[in-house]
Design a protein around this ligand. Structure first.
Ligand code: DAH
Length: 354
């Protein structure tokens, strides 16, 4: 028995990988292994012999089993150490110059929009991208049966089986942040809310994720005239053109009353888009006076307060300002595209630049 013990413990220590270790296990304590064969001999022994040899065989089996387990753990540790050594990365090394990126147009334009509205006293508010359907729809005066819900090509999150609560949604617009910031600060307030939004749609001018900026101003006597001035002021600063002309066209949104879509004067002559001249109009945003139901959803008394709101596509105004033709390329992570359309880190926008 001592010979068996020395032989197999030696083999266990000599095994260089898990496969070799398994071979040793089978040969020693497997069903047809040497220890099992010895156990079978117990049947032919006298009861006295069996009482002596049986426990010793069992102890031997356990000892070999433990040695195998210990060796296995040691081999695994060694393998992990080797892997950690070979996959080690020095994250403090500088990037190679030819791989350096630039500021993405979406980031740049978000900064530009933020800077311009900051000059007009608007703070920045944010909300979650995974939203309850109350914030995304109901609170904005879009009840369950409203066609706007179907039109928005909403992405719904899965609920656990048997959970009957309405599913969360990937927010379809930044408008739910209106409600969240009304709840957070009450009135009066002036915020813009830039961020990602999601709709199941994909072609040259639609991607399933895109960016919007919401604007909202609430006070005792805010009017449509204030809305108009703010948006004109914004467009002049943003497009860096004094000759910008806007057209407010009556429209309908569930969350505003009255509602207006805003178009910008442009020309497509010679196949290139020029803003501020020509006889065409290009829609750039939706807006209106915040509906009393919406103010009430945000905990604000519509008999005391009123306000305007607007929502605008950040990617869309980036395309217009910088002449970028295909929206899908925004999200391809192609460095050649980024080097062409991107911005240097020091191109900080301000309303006073021009
Ligand atoms: N939430 C609208 C959309 O995604 C845009 C919008 C329209 C926002 C009018 C507003 C508004 O705040 O007043 O299409």
């Amino acid at each position: 028995m001592d010979d068996l013990r020395d032989k197999y413990l030696g083999q266990v220590m000599a095994a260089v990988d898990e496969a070799a270790l398994e071979q040793v296990r089978l040969a020693a304590i497997g069903k047809k292994g040497e220890v099992a064969l010895k156990m079978r001999e117990l049947g032919r022994m006298t009861p006295e012999e069996r009482q002596q040899v049986g426990p010793r065989l069992n102890a031997l089996k356990n000892e070999i089993g433990s040695a195998i387990a210990a060796r296995k753990a040691a081999l695994e540790d060694a393998a992990l150490d080797a892997r950690l050594r070979s996959e080690w990365l020095d994250v403090t090394l500088p990037t190679r110059a030819r791989r350096q990126g630039t500021i993405h147009p979406v980031s740049q334009v978000t900064e530009e929009v933020t800077a311009i509205f900051a000059d007009m006293g608007f703070a920045v508010a944010e909300g979650p991208q995974i939203e309850t359907d109350w914030y995304n729809f109901d609170a904005l005066n879009i009840p369950g049966h409203h066609p706007a819900r179907a039109e928005m090509d909403t992405f719904y999150m899965a609920r656990a089986e048997g959970d009957d609560r309405p599913p969360h949604v990937l927010r379809t617009h930044t408008s739910p942040v209106q409600i969240r910031s009304m709840e957070a600060t009450g009135a009066p307030t002036r915020v813009i809310c830039p961020g990602r939004v999601y709709r199941a749609d994909y072609d040259q001018t639609h991607t399933p994720m895109f960016h919007q900026v919401e604007g909202m101003a609430i006070d005792r006597d805010i009017s449509m005239a204030n809305l108009k001035w703010c948006l004109e002021e914004f467009c002049r600063a943003f497009f860096e053109l004094d000759g910008i002309e806007l057209r407010f066209r009556a429209s309908h949104f569930p969350f505003t009353e009255p509602s207006a879509e805003v178009d910008i004067r442009c020309s497509w002559e010679g196949g290139t888009l020029r803003l501020g001249e020509g006889d065409d109009w290009l829609e750039i945003l939706g807006s209106g006076m915040i509906h009393p139901h919406v103010l009430r959803s945000g905990g604000i008394d519509p008999d005391e307060w009123q306000g305007f709101a607007f929502g605008m596509g950040i990617d869309r105004i980036a395309m217009l300002k910088y002449g970028i033709p295909d929206l899908r390329a925004f999200f391809d992570s192609d460095l050649r595209w980024l080097r062409h359309y991107g911005f240097g880190a020091l191109a900080a926008p301000t309303r006073h630049a021009g």
